[in-house]
Design a protein around this ligand. Sequence first.
Ligand code: NAG
Ligand code: NAG
Ligand code: NAG
Ligand code: NAG
Ligand code: NAG
Ligand code: NAG
Ligand code: NAG
Ligand code: NAG
Length: 435
Amino acid sequence: MLLPHITVFFLVVGTSRSSDTIAVHQNISDGQTIVSANAKFELGFFSPGSSKNRYLGIWYKNTSPQTTIAWVANRETPLIDTSGVIKLDNQGNLTLVNGSGKVIWSSNSSATGTNMNLVAQLLDTGNLVIKNGNETNNEIVIWQSFDYPGDTCLPGMKLGKNFITGRETYQTSWRSTDDPSPGEYTLSISAVKGEYQQVYIRRSSAIKTRIGPYNGVSFSGRANYAPDASPASVSYVIVNENEIYITFISNSNTTTLRTVLTPDGKLEILQQKFPNTEWILISTLPVDYCDIYGVCGPYGSCNTATSPNCGCLKGFELKNSDDTSPDNGTSVCRRGTALDCGPGEGFQKFSSMKLPDTKNAVYSSNMSLSDCAVACKNNCACTAYANPNITPGGVGCLLWFGDLIDVRVFPQNGQDLYVRLAASELSGKPIILPI
Ligand SMILES: *[C@@H]1O[C@H](CO)[C@@H](O)[C@H](O)[C@H]1NC(C)=O
Ligand SMILES: *[C@@H]1O[C@H](CO)[C@@H](O)[C@H](O)[C@H]1NC(C)=O
Ligand SMILES: *[C@@H]1O[C@H](CO)[C@@H](O)[C@H](O)[C@H]1NC(C)=O
Ligand SMILES: *[C@@H]1O[C@H](CO)[C@@H](O)[C@H](O)[C@H]1NC(C)=O
Ligand SMILES: *[C@@H]1O[C@H](CO)[C@@H](O)[C@H](O)[C@H]1NC(C)=O
Ligand SMILES: *[C@@H]1O[C@H](CO)[C@@H](O)[C@H](O)[C@H]1NC(C)=O
Ligand SMILES: *[C@@H]1O[C@H](CO)[C@@H](O)[C@H](O)[C@H]1NC(C)=O
Ligand SMILES: *[C@@H]1O[C@H](CO)[C@@H](O)[C@H](O)[C@H]1NC(C)=O
């Protein structure tokens, strides 16, 4: 009586231990899957939406709908039938072949060491890694799917640029819900050394929405973010010698988050509250008219509480007095009084603002706000300054040179912006500094 029970016990242990990995020369065919250790994610073949094509992908194991896809391998090269087989070779290269043995996709990775116990392993983070199976540090990998994001960003994934490898990672929308090949939209962080970090949603090369700049906690002007989501998730921008990236962690054992860039260019933030299996949409971007990039043109300011939404920053006026509101086209704002770099020039403080595009700004991480004001005043080409950092005691200085673009009034999460104006345009308590 005892023996069969023991046999069953060992069988169960054996199956669950090996089921999150693909070993060298082991193959996984359509219909078979591997499941991460705590059954968070599953890898296998699927068909998206109403498509009949087959794709190798990773999905959430126990969420509804069941086919919440987190990652797709062969995005651009679908299998037309269920003949796909995936296997790992003894060099650490994971390949997907079709029924005729044609290579449909490969990780194109190779191990450098010898005598390695190579495996492809699906982690509970949703990351598929190729590594030495004897290596317990999950950071030491030969290849990882997290380096190749699709439309979905998961906690722990990095979006940005590695300056050593030159690789840039960004989110790309699917072409449609039936077709995971790269669509029209991308979401990427401005990962240029010396430039202050922002996030852009682009349609091909045209910027549609700007999120940011990063203020040490979140992104300035990030709208409609459910308050109960913020303690559970923390986003970081990491800047060091070798890389610039944004990442977020889900700082909770009771919820998780994912972000998706939809085929029509919207960034959706979705949350799951355990043990519920549904995803709740907690935020979408763009939210409103003022999220359209540069909608009010240079020196315009967008405000959803006024009609029309577009106006000129104080000290600026419509170029054509017949126009009623600035836009990104012909009716633009210009200075009421031209600058002459005279001693009376000063800065008008605007509060509760989404800071302008930092593409044409220069950043110093260690300057106080008063140093920043002096630096701007002393350079006649400097049009505005601000401290982008809202963390307590946070220093830092942004100096803008040229037009101020994509400014909006943002009461929930706004910041102070100091704009250079001629002496005659200053009012209230302007900041006038000695030269
Ligand atoms: C998959 O593995 C089985 C048994 O291990 C083997 O017979 C078959 O040829 C393999 N298929 C491929 C495509 O490698
Ligand atoms: C495998 O792919 C090749 C090239 O796309 C194609 O000609 C062949 O019909 C495919 N075989 C199967 C079984 O799908
Ligand atoms: C991985 O396998 C593919 C398909 O066989 C091949 O084209 C590629 O060169 C291999 N890459 C490496 C690094 O071995
Ligand atoms: C594999 O990687 C090599 C070196 O990075 C590259 O030249 C080659 O185009 C890649 N091959 C495939 C099939 O992606
Ligand atoms: C790796 O692990 C395998 C199986 O546990 C073992 O046989 C092998 O000797 C190990 N290799 C190294 C280099 O430690
Ligand atoms: C989440 O669970 C882990 C392991 O059970 C525990 O160490 C950690 O403190 C928990 N975190 C929170 C925020 O409850
Ligand atoms: C505004 O103009 C800029 C530059 O010409 C362009 O990149 C952007 O897409 C325009 N935005 C809108 C909403 O038309
Ligand atoms: C600010 O940082 C720069 C570059 O890191 C350094 O050269 C400069 O001395 C620093 N200034 C102050 C006031 O700490």
